[in-house]
Design a protein around this ligand. Structure first.
Ligand code: SAH
Length: 350
């Protein structure tokens, strides 16, 4: 049993070295090369369904968005089409199919995937055999670039801080008397100045989340868009609140229950993301609700055309459209943000 094995390793490590930060736990549970979730669960759809896996329309519209923005950039050839964490490759498959007839686009495109999981890389290679793979953002090339990241930033490890009276303490994972994993708080408080201004007024019990690698990741992206745009779509938040969750077989479960067997995510702090990008000289568009963004790109018309052409699948198409755009589904909780190198017009859809 691989999950029990990772859990045993975590317990041993904590017993020897003391409590660990949430970020360390997340990094091991998701990325441990032998027992981590992404190394052992290439069929992501068994635990959660992302937008491109919900409906082909998502990848198609993003593909057409890329083709449009390529045109805006002056049709550079070659240009880098970068995807961060392509998962099963569904978005890229639909984006490539939707853009085959756009003169010159495929010829100019050089696909680059940032992906750590060998199992997922194998699936992605079937969809884009010529793609170059990267373990980290830093090896991506500098130049004309369109970058897509859907549900990538939500798996970045986060640290959590809890307001305890006048202080903030770090949430840590330790052991209870029976040697089981449990959450606790750091005995020493955190310097309040280490948290951004919007956390200062928080009430006792409030939780603030920070993804420690977000700033360097944004800066790495910024340095490569020469010129270019990065389209980031994810669960949106502002850092406040406990948003760490574990999903297994489409159900939420205790974060500590099955490390390596469940997907772990936290809402993306779009305020921090935008701040880092602006600080590095980029133009920021959004965040905009996913539903509004997809409607601006023409999802209603695309759903109608698809249903007309495939009447037997009309129900499925309508369900996909609703799931991607409705307020009470993915339409409002998910947000789109676009980072652009200086001097470009507003991107399509914003
Ligand atoms: N974008 C896809 C999949 C989202 S799941 C979709 O929308 O369906 C998250 C993806 O990011 C997986 O492919 C996972 O292996 C990859 N990933 C997560 N953290 C990563 C990291 N730090 N570096 C590279 N890839 C990562």
């Amino acid at each position: 049993m691989t999950d029990a094995e990772l859990k045993r390793r975590l317990i041993r490590r904590i017993a020897l070295g003391g409590p660990m930060r949430v970020s360390e736990f997340m990094a091991l549970a998701l990325h441990d090369p032998t027992h981590g979730y992404y190394a052992t669960h290439p069929g992501l759809g068994a635990d959660f369904i992302t937008a491109p896996e919900t409906s082909q329309m998502f990848g198609e519209l993003i593909g057409l968005w890329c083709a449009h923005e390529w045109d805006v950039l002056g049709r550079p050839a070659p240009f880098h089409l970068v995807e961060l964490g392509p998962g099963t490759g569904a978005l890229m498959r639909d984006a490539l199919r939707a853009t085959t007839k756009i003169a010159g686009f495929h010829q100019a495109m050089r696909p680059h995937f940032v992906e750590t999981s060998p199992a997922l890389r194998a699936l992605q290679r079937e969809i884009a055999p010529h793609a170059e793979f990267h373990d980290v953002l830093e090896t991506l090339l500098i130049g004309p670039t369109l970058l897509i990241a859907n549900e990538f930033f939500d798996c970045l490890p986060i640290r959590q801080f809890v307001r305890d009276g006048a202080f903030w303490r770090e949430r840590e994972i330790g052991l209870d008397a029976a040697h089981a994993l449990r959450f606790g708080l750091s005995p020493t408080p955190i310097d309040n100045a280490a948290l951004p201004g919007r956390a200062r007024a928080a009430q006792p019990g409030a939780v603030f989340e920070i993804a420690p690698t977000l700033k360097t990741d944004v800066e790495a992206i910024v340095a490569r868009l020469k010129p270019g745009r990065a389209l980031i779509i994810d669960y949106g938040g502002d850092g406040l609140g406990d948003t760490l969750q574990a999903l297994r077989a489409h159900a939420k479960e205790d974060v500590l229950a099955h490390p390596g067997e469940a997907d772990l995510t936290a809402h993306v702090d779009f305020a921090a993301l935008a701040e880092h990008a602006r600080g590095a000289g980029l133009h920021v568009s959004g965040p905009l609700a996913q539903g509004a963004f997809l409607k601006a790109l023409g999802i209603d018309q695309r759903a109608e055309a698809l249903a007309r052409a495939n009447p037997d699948q009309a129900d499925k198409i309508a369900r996909g459209h609703a799931r991607l755009t409705h307020h009470d589904q993915m339409g409002a909780l998910f947000k789109a943000l676009c980072l652009s190198s200086p001097g470009l017009p507003e991107p399509a859809g914003f």
